[in-house]
Structure formats: structure tokens, C-alpha cells
Design a protein around this ligand. Structure first.
Ligand SMILES: Cc1cc2nc3c(=O)[nH]c(=O)nc-3n(C[C@H](O)[C@H](O)[C@H](O)COP(=O)(O)OP(=O)(O)OC[C@H]3O[C@@H](n4cnc5c(N)ncnc54)[C@H](O)[C@@H]3O)c2cc1C
Ligand code: SF4
Ligand code: SF4
Length: 338
């Protein structure tokens, strides 16, 4: 186990909260370790397109902070790292950290991306909400800090059955080490800031919305990636099923809260008032009301808010072909596309 010097503050979680906490502490003269379990810092904000309230590109706000952190003499960033255990008390914590194997030696890697280009194995890209694919070795996202790839052990052919070492051969600085193991580190810290953020609700747990069944049912975070110029469709808003431009979009809000409603009705029964496309006539009965939506409506139920929004469509545009929108080809378990 490697031993590290005493630091003033350990910040756990490198999303925007942890980044800002680390910067504020470092600017006040404290020595900070900023750790994140992901291969790069940034958290959820790094996945967003434009952000409220300024409508600035979220990466335009966040990436200068990445650089500020990486260059700050009082901040050390440890990615792909988690807390194993904490002992002691405020003023003198002894923290054991575990650094997962990235299979790339950070000090040697230049971020040239050659290994990614040559890697034959594909894996759903978690950063793009699994809407597109990436390679078994890849950089978490294009502005990532550190700008160093990591190997997904579940997808790498060498780590699965030893059948490939292409990346090792193409990497000129010999930065790839497919035998790397997890590393334990001990840190003494005066204080710990926890900034682990949040996980979004998995709508597959609510089968009535068809997430994971209908390709065009997406979460807000999926939609952020669809909107983003660094996303799977390079900023062109496309339907995942056929990559065509959607002409109508329905928003279902507060899905995670919509579990039960005080009247005793089931959430599904209450949602029979929900506006849906005519095209859903072939879909399950709970999703085919005869209700006709006005051009822009919001229905508020105690448990969920559902709004229908029409995008502005040029007069001569073809209307969205309903059978196409909900054709069997549009029903599928989410499969990534490259
Ligand atoms: C679809 C969507 C749109 C949004 N739009 C806006 C907007 O327009 N404007 C706005 O102000 N806000 C918006 N938000 C909210 C905003 O994204 C969050 O408030 C913000 O990202 C929270 O930052 P955070 O650092 O607290 O958490 P996160 O971004 O979740 O970061 C937490 C970090 O901690 C790491 N971590 C977690 N557990 C551990 C652990 N045990 N050890 C080490 N690391 C760990 C994670 O890997 C992650 O990097 C939006 C959110 C969503 C989902
Ligand atoms: S591991 Fe090697 S080939 Fe891959 S980005 Fe780093 S230096 Fe380039
Ligand atoms: S060894 Fe693994 S990561 Fe490297 S090129 Fe082959 S499949 Fe990709």
C-alpha cells in the first residue's frame, strides 16, 4: 500500500460540486485531494448540453474549472479512485483509497488516441447514455480530465480471452499495461467533503412508459446527449429508432415520483388522460387513450406532470409517419449504435 502525505481536505466526488469545493479550498490555501470513481472528473454536468439559467454550453462553464483544478498547486486529482475505508476523526482521518486499474500508465500516455482507433472491440458508451458505442479502450469524453484512455475490462478481448494486444503494439510510449492491478493508497486528511452527487432514476423500473422497449422513449439525460454537439448525433436532434427529425416531442415529468396517488387509482389509470400520438394505436392499451391534445398542454396529476410540446415545423414538412414512429422496428430493447 502506498502512503501519501498529510493533506488538509479530501474531496470525494469530482462533479461540479466537488470541483468548486476543491477550488475554493485550494484558493484559501488548503491542500486538497479531489477523487472521483469515474475515469474523469466532471460528473453529470459534463453530459449536459446547455444549462439553465445562462443557457451557456455546460462544458464551456465546466472545462475551464477542470484546467484550473489540474494546474492548481494545492490540488491533486485522483480519478478511477474510491474510498475503501475511513478511520479516525475530524482533524485526523486515515483514509484508504482504492485506485482501479485503468490499464494505461497515466504518466506515460500522451492522449494521442491511436490505441482507440485501432481497438477492434466495441462497447456501449456510458457517457453517451449507451445510445452509441465506443471502443473497449477509450477516453471518457473528448474534453476529459485527465485526457487519458481507460480499458473497459468487460469488453477488452485481451482481458476476456487473451486474443488481442493491438493497443499495446500501436502505443509508441508503451503506456498500456494490461496487467495493471488495483492499487491501495493511504491518505491522512484533516477533513473530508462528500460530494457524490446523484444517480438518475431508471425508468425501466416503470414498465408502463416503455423505456427500454420503445427506442424513442428517452430520459432527460439521454436527451441531453441527443442535443449535444458531442453526442451520438453530433447535435442534430434525431429519433434513435431511425435517425429522422422528430416533429413532436412529449415530455413526462417527475417519472420517479409517479408511484402512487392519494385517490387510490393506479398511476396507469390516471395516465389514461395522457396525450399520446395516434401512432400508439398498436401499443399496449394503457398507452392508447382517445384523448386529443391541444397544441401545448400541461396536465398536473399529484404524482406526475406530463406536457406535450410541438416543435416548430415548417409548413411544407412531411408529418411524422405514425406507423413508422411505433413500427415493430422502433420497439426494441435499447441497443447501442456506432
Ligand atoms: C437532465 C439534467 C439537466 C440538468 N440541467 C441543469 C441546468 O440546466 N442547470 C443547472 O443548474 N442544473 C442542471 N441539472 C442539475 C445538475 O446537473 C446537477 O445539479 C449537478 O450536476 C450536480 O453536481 P454534483 O457535483 O453535485 O453531482 P454529480 O454531477 O452527480 O457528480 C458527482 C460525482 O461524484 C462521483 N462519485 C459518486 N460517488 C462517488 C464515490 N463513492 N467515490 C468517488 N466518486 C464518487 C461521480 O462519479 C460524479 O463524478 C440538470 C441535471 C440533469 C440530470
Ligand atoms: S495509451 Fe498510448 S496510444 Fe493510447 S492515447 Fe495513450 S499514448 Fe496514445
Ligand atoms: S487489447 Fe483490448 S483494449 Fe487493446 S486493442 Fe485489444 S480489445 Fe482493445
Amino acid at each position: 500500500m502506498s502512503q501519501k502525505n498529510f493533506i488538509d481536505v479530501l474531496v470525494v466526488g469530482g462533479g461540479i460540486s466537488g470541483i468548486q469545493a476543491a477550488l475554493d479550498l485550494a484558493n484559501s490555501g488548503f491542500k486538497v485531494n479531489l477523487i472521483d470513481k469515474s475515469p474523469a472528473i466532471g460528473g453529470k454536468m459534463s453530459q449536459l448540453d446547455k444549462t439553465f439559467p445562462s443557457n451557456d454550453c455546460s462544458m464551456c462553464i465546466e472545462s475551464p474549472k477542470f484546467n484550473e483544478c489540474s494546474r492548481h498547486p494545492n490540488i491533486e486529482i485522483l480519478t478511477y479512485t474510491e474510498v475503501e475505508s475511513v478511520k479516525g476523526k475530524a482533524g485526523n482521518f486515515k483514509v484508504t483509497l482504492v485506485k482501479k486499474p485503468r490499464y494505461v500508465v497515466e504518466e506515460k500516455c500522451t492522449g494521442c488516441n491511436l490505441c482507440v482507433e485501432y481497438c477492434p472491440a466495441k462497447v456501449p458508451d456510458a457517457y453517451n447514455q449507451n445510445i452509441s458505442n465506443n471502443k473497449a479502450i477509450h477516453i471518457h469524453f473528448s474534453q476529459a480530465l485527465p485526457l487519458i484512455p481507460y480499458v473497459d475490462p468487460a469488453a477488452c478481448l485481451y482481458l476476456k480471452d487473451g486474443s488481442c494486444t493491438i493497443c499495446v503494439g500501436v502505443c509508441k510510449p508503451n503506456a498500456i499495461d494490461l496487467h495493471q492491478e488495483e492499487e491501495l493508497m493511504e491518505v491522512q486528511a484533516g477533513a473530508i467533503v462528500l460530494a457524490p452527487g446523484f444517480e438518475t432514476f431508471d425508468p425501466k423500473l416503470r414498465s408502463d412508459y416503455g423505456y427500454g422497449v420503445f427506442e424513442n422513449v428517452v430520459t432527460s439525460l439521454d436527451y441531453e446527449r441527443i442535443l449535444s454537439s458531442t453526442g451520438p448525433y453530433e447535435g442534430t436532434i434525431s429519433r434513435p429508432s431511425d435517425k429522422k427529425h422528430p416533429h413532436k416531442i412529449a415530455w413526462i415529468q417527475c417519472v420517479a415520483r409517479a408511484r402512487s396517488i392519494p385517490t387510490g387509482e393506479t398511476a396507469t389509470a390516471r395516465r389514461s388522460a395522457v396525450p399520446t400520438r395516434k401512432s400508439r394505436s398498436s401499443s399496449p392499451k394503457t398507452m392508447t387513450p382517445a384523448w386529443k391534445p391541444p397544441s401545448s398542454t400541461t396536465i398536473s396529476a399529484p404524482s406526475a406532470r406530463i406536457s406535450s410540446v410541438s416543435t416548430s415545423v415548417p409548413k411544407n414538412s412531411p408529418t411524422c409517419a405514425s406507423s413508422e414512429a411505433m413500427s415493430p422496428s422502433a420497439r426494441r430493447t435499447r441497443k447501442p449504435k456506432m
